[in-house]
Design a protein around this ligand. Structure first.
Ligand SMILES: [Fe+2]
Length: 200
C-alpha cells in the first residue's frame, strides 16, 4: 500500500463573530448614520464602477462619533483574536484602526472586487442585512491562475470563491490582501455595513 498525504498548505483564514448586544448597538448606529447621511456627501471614488452610498473617501472617521464607541471596542477584541490565528506580533506591534466608513446598498447596488491597500487586517460589521441583500464574495488568491482544469465538484481546495450571506450583528475579519466583492442587493430594504482597516 502506498503511503500518501495530501496537505492543505497556505490556507486563507476568515473570521466571523456574532457581536453581543448587537440589536441595541445597531439601533444606536442607525440613529447616528441618519446624521452622517444628512451631512456627509457620498464620496464614491471615481474609479469605482459600482453604485452605493459610502463615506470611504469623505475624511469622516465614524469612530470619532460617540455612537461608535462600543463598536470600536468590539473591533479591537475581534481583530486581536483574528491576529492571534495568524500569530501576528501585536504585543510588540499593536493593532491600530486606521479607517472606518459606512457603505449603504440600495436595490441593485453592489461593489466590484477589490482589496484594502496598506492594511494588515480589514473587517466588515453588518448593521442591516435584510432579506435579499447582496452576499459578500471572497475570491481565492488563486482565482486568476492561468488554467482551471475541469472539476467534478467544488470543494474547499479548488473553489475559486466563497459567498457569505450577511447577518445583522455579524463581524467578518480577513487579511486586507484578500480580494472580495458584494453581489447586487435584490430587495428594497437597505443593506448597511461598516468597514474598517487595521494596521500594525
Ligand atoms: Fe472591501
Amino acid at each position: 500500500m502506498n503511503q500518501r498525504g495530501v496537505h492543505s498548505f497556505f490556507p486563507v483564514a476568515v473570521q466571523s463573530s456574532t457581536i453581543d448586544g448587537a440589536d441595541a448597538l445597531n439601533k444606536e448606529i442607525v440613529k447616528e448614520l441618519a446624521n452622517v447621511r444628512g451631512t456627509v456627501p457620498n464620496s464614491l471614488p471615481e474609479g469605482w464602477s459600482c453604485n452605493l452610498y459610502t463615506t470611504i473617501a469623505s475624511g469622516d472617521n465614524l469612530l470619532a462619533r460617540p455612537a461608535f464607541k462600543n463598536l470600536q471596542q468590539h473591533i479591537a477584541t475581534e481583530a486581536a483574536a483574528f491576529a492571534r490565528a495568524y500569530a501576528l506580533d501585536i504585543e510588540r506591534h499593536p493593532l491600530r484602526i486606521t479607517e472606518c466608513w459606512v457603505n449603504v446598498y440600495g436595490q441593485g447596488d453592489a461593489q466590484e472586487a477589490h482589496i484594502h491597500q496598506n492594511s494588515a487586517i480589514s473587517g466588515i460589521y453588518y448593521v442591516a442585512a435584510p432579506e435579499g441583500c447582496g452576499e459578500l464574495i471572497f475570491h481565492s488568491p488563486l482565482s486568476d491562475i492561468m488554467y482551471n482544469p475541469p472539476t467534478r465538484e467544488t470543494n474547499d481546495i479548488n473553489t475559486p470563491m466563497i459567498a457569505l450571506q450577511p447577518t445583522a450583528g455579524e463581524m467578518i475579519l480577513f487579511r486586507s490582501w484578500l480580494r472580495h466583492s458584494v453581489k447586487p442587493t435584490r430587495g428594497k430594504e437597505e443593506r448597511i455595513s461598516i468597514a474598517f482597516n487595521l494596521t500594525m
